[in-house]
Design a protein around this ligand. Structure first.
Ligand SMILES: Nc1ncnc2c1ncn2[C@@H]1O[C@H](COP(=O)(O)OP(=O)(O)OP(=O)(O)O)[C@@H](O)[C@H]1O
Length: 329
């Protein structure tokens, strides 16, 4: 049985259809990412899966229970890290964890042990008695992850887990997420608008745009939608560089005006040794090789005609998050 199963799941806010009947399955122990630009419907979908929003159409089974019929059972089996911070800033890290544990029916030595175990997992045990208001954004996010894991959920939901964090902290959070899967075989559903995040973490990715899933698969499968890898070769002898290279693994070849040869291959990493062998046999000296693999941005561009990267916004994105947080306090 799948950990999560959504069938034509939809949400309307008045006349506006934020999520337009999405269907997908997440296997147990898998990291599944919803990748899409701002406003695509990622948060709305996650909120329906964690029983915070009622779907207006379709259905979803999470950890074996229907989100509409058995929301309490779903909630007991899942952990959630929201996009906006939901910690009590006046309380210490330990106190935030303690309250959460109590809500989930944990107590005594078992609760204390589990709190320390989880604080250790996110490397915050030395800060357990510090008020959260003195924590950096990254420390807060780590504490929220520890808190979400306290009651040993079957599935962890992460809504934009690294939004607004610096690259080093993002990499740190990615490590925790990978370890949760590897060490605890946890099912993880995350939303992100960062291509690198989806690529680094997810076993499978659903690309969502305007409330619809427009493609789904592993990062490799999605990139194959775009086509071949491209290799650029600069050759020493001017004569040969005006000619194309011929071999079975070369799917396309073009001599560029700057003298380089552009080759299309199925997989550049696998083709490179063959290319060097071909060059040696033909007496061609290769001066420079670069290759370009299609990125998830190329996939988004191919599917929508727009760039996912453009919509990321960079510093604008950070500013938006900071403003949101200020109002959330
Ligand atoms: N309560 C609401 N009432 C009306 N419209 C809403 C509501 N919540 C979300 N929307 C709209 O639904 C669409 C999808 O929003 P959602 O927050 O799910 O997108 P998202 O992909 O998570 O993007 P972001 O990361 O910016 O939150 C957006 O156009 C948003 O304005």
């Amino acid at each position: 049985m799948s950990a999560i199963e959504a069938e034509n799941l939809g949400k309307k806010f008045g006349d506006f259809e934020a999520v337009k009947g999405v269907s997908f399955k997440v296997k147990k122990g898998e990291i599944f990412a919803f990748l899409g630009p701002n406003g695509a419907g990622k948060t709305t979908t996650i909120h329906m899966l964690v029983t915070l929003l009622k779907p207006t159409s379709g259905r979803a089974i999470v950890a074996g229970h229907d989100v509409l019929k058995e929301p309490d059972k779903v909630r007991k089996k899942i952990g959630i890290v929201f996009q906006d911070p939901s910690l009590d800033r006046e309380l210490t890290a330990y106190e935030n964890m303690y309250i959460h544990g109590k809500i989930y029916g944990l107590s005594g030595i078992e609760l204390e042990k589990r709190i320390m175990e989880m604080l250790r997992f996110v490397e915050l045990e030395d800060f357990k008695d510090k008020q959260v208001k003195f924590f950096s954004g990254g420390m807060q996010r780590r504490l929220e992850i520890a808190r979400a894991l306290l009651h040993e959920p079957e599935i962890l939901f992460l809504d934009e887990p690294t939004i607004g964090l610096d690259p080093q902290t993002r990499a740190h959070i990615w490590e925790y997420i990978k370890r949760m899967k590897e060490e605890h075989n946890m099912t993880i559903f995350l939303t992100t608008h960062y291509m690198d995040e989806a690529e680094q973490l997810a076993d499978r990715i659903a690309i969502i745009d305007h409330g619809k899933i427009i493609a789904e698969g592993t990062a490799e499968e999605l990139k194959k939608l775009v086509g071949n890898d491209v290799i650029y070769v600069r050759i020493a002898n001017g004569k040969e560089s005006t000619q194309c290279l011929n071999a079975e693994f070369i799917r396309g070849c073009k001599v560029l005006p700057d003298g380089r040869v552009r080759l299309e291959v199925i997989n550049a990493a696998e083709a490179l040794p063959e290319l060097f062998e071909l060059a040696q046999q033909s007496g061609i000296k290769i001066l420079e090789v670069t290759y370009h693999r299609p990125t998830l941005n190329d996939v988004f561009l191919y599917l929508t005609g727009r760039e996912l990267r453009e919509e990321e916004g960079g510093s604008l994105d950070m500013m938006r998050t900071m403003v949101r947080r200020r109002f959330a306090r």
